[in-house]
Design a protein around this ligand. Sequence first.
Ligand code: ADP
Ligand code: GLC
Length: 501
Amino acid sequence: MTQHPLHLLMVASEAVPYAKTGGLADVAGALPLELAKLGHDVILLLPRYRCLSESGRSFRSVCRLLVPTPQGPVETLIEEDVIPAGSGGGQVRVWAIGHEAFFDRPGLYQEQGLDYPDNLDRFSFFCRAAIEVIAYLKTVCQWNTHLLHLHDWQASLCAVYLKTLARDRQEVQGVRTVLTLHNVGYQGIFPGAQFERTGLPPSLFTPAGLEYYGSVNLLKGGMVFADYVTTVSQTYAREILTPECGFGLEGVLRNRADRFVGILNGIDVDRWNPATDPYLPAHYSADDRAGKQLCKQALQREFQLPEATVPLLAVIARLTPQKGLDLVETIIPQLMALDLQLVVLGAGEPELEAKFTVLQKRYPRRMGLRIGFDEGLAHRIEGGADIFVMPSRYEPCGLSQLYSLRYGAVPVVRKTGGLADTVVPLTGQTRQAGRATGFHVEEDRAEALLSVLRQAVALYQDRSAWDRLVEAGMKTDVSWARSAKEYDRLFVSLVRGGQVP
Ligand code: ADP
Ligand code: GLC
């Protein structure tokens, strides 16, 4: 338990089980619960997207608030769901910010690969509503927000509004802000001519504020105005201070270097537990893995592949250049010459989707493909796969490889960011010590990936060596326990004005 229970307001643009496009949703769904288990009182703010109504959860009305916008005040309906946080009696309140025209849409940020043209208005509104929520909580509920935990560009403006437009408002005095960067490749960049839509004064549209080479950059605004900045692994925290990985924001971040730290993500070990996972056709654990074989056979049937005992390789990812799946696509003909099967679940770039589709048609007995987003299938793939392939060009943390460790699908990952921090590569030494949990690919090249995959497939034949790898992975602690304590220490010291750890 924490020494100092705080009132934490978490602001995120997606969270399981309500809305998800990627790992941010997993983090924003799990971290509030972990902080609540430590004794903090946490409220999570989300936009009230259409998919919230399809999440199987129900909401009750809390209040209506007026949100200032450049077009005048706009009313928002705040609705609440409550999620229990484990057996200790804690809970997390989830408050959805309503605005039908902005959020009652089929997508979160885009449709058919095209960003909504009014995303700046949508997320400016979301962030201004968050400020009104802080004021409401203080004046009506006597709940003083101690700290705002903001995630990514969609929530960044909260830090800016708090320190500028709302600076003199008595209801928001003393609120600390932490911005977590989940991926600096996505910054929320909009044409400079749209700046006034944020409602901020033109004096902030400068290189010291939100301007970025003539455009508006929301993530930059968050990085400049937040009290503290974090990212989701230690290696990525070092990488994004360099021009190669900083996506142009390395200078901004270097200015904040004394208020910036990497805290590794964990996973929700209840939602992702092969011993109880409701999506799996059979269950298993590190000590009794018989069920994994049944999961593999069921997965082979699901993809209409022969129920062979060859290694089953898997990919689950957003099909974007970040994930390096063009490298996988390039080597599929060579992979198919080996004795193995491959299943791919992903959606994203139409060109890559088309290339995988053509290849799957060419190798229907060895390769399975699902284009789309399917949470249940993602679980079944982790359950059935022997090897999980993740050749990301960069990876702030990566959660899929953590799920793979827990589900006994040995990860083969690029040695970058959080992948380097979470997968212990097989070497003479780590093998001897029984610490190895997977394989690192050093270079961003198709041949390098192919060579490591060949190594993995060869080792798969050595049953006892392979079993040790699987078991070490499954026994790795990938829970939130340690990292939630790091957030706790950071938040408490920021709020109490002490030395930040
Ligand atoms: P990122 O957030 O960059 O996409 P992560 O590894 O952190 O990468 O998280 C990805 C999450 O999204 C995982 O939970 C993974 O299972 C899920 N995911 C990615 N693509 C799909 C898909 N097509 N269908 C279902 N789940 C997916
Ligand atoms: C981002 C990153 C991913 C990370 C996730 C959650 O989507 O791309 O690496 O795991 O956020 O922090």
